[in-house]
Design a protein around this ligand. Sequence first.
Ligand code: F6R
Length: 240
Amino acid sequence: MEIIITENYDTMSEVAAGIISKTIIGKPDCVLGLATGTTPIGTYNKLIEYYKNKLVSFSKVHTVNLDEYVGLPEEHPQSYHYFMHDMLFDHIDIKKENIHIPCGLGDDLEKNCHDYDAILAEHPTDLQLLGIGGNGHIGFNEPNTPFKSFTHIVELTERTRHDNARLFGFVGSVPKQAITMGIVGICHAQKILVLASGENKADAVHDMVKGDVTPACPASILQLHNDAVLVVDKAAASKL
Ligand code: F6R
């Protein structure tokens, strides 16, 4: 795994946006795998800036998102649909029909999972952007998810629900389930770009890079990917 350590969150975001822009410029109709959460917000802000300065266009780009909560309507401010439109899609020239986000609604969630795997098969990812959970999760693949997992429904761990409670106001409002791209879907990407910022990610970053490759730390699978880049600020890199 290539490791780039940056001074702070802003430089991490700039480096990440540079890598993503390079992918788009090299292949204007590329497929980007995208993440939500706090970590990529600075990267998305930079990409919007580059778009506004006409350095990059998303007009032919396709996107596949990692995950979505089960049971939240798209217009719910904490849904990942809402997040992606608010943070990125509404500010760039991407075509609505080129955006793909797993669906956590309806009576047949298993069908939603199969449908999403079919979308992934039709859209081989050129670059997958990832954050990492404090417990080493990627997407919502929580510790001990089998490495051979496809898109599936997960029961969120208490740690993840607590970590995400800040966005919902209190932990009781955080959905208990989510739909997530599996580890197979993530690892099929041609290139993987993992971002991590802040001291609270230092243990997970250590386990991802230097620990055993084990489902106990889902992100450790990235040690086996042949083009994975970690862009990490000094605080998150402090235990490497
Ligand atoms: C988000 C996702 C998660 C987050 C992780 C880190 O789509 O799949 O794996 O990347 O929970 O979240 P933040 O960036 O909020 O610390």
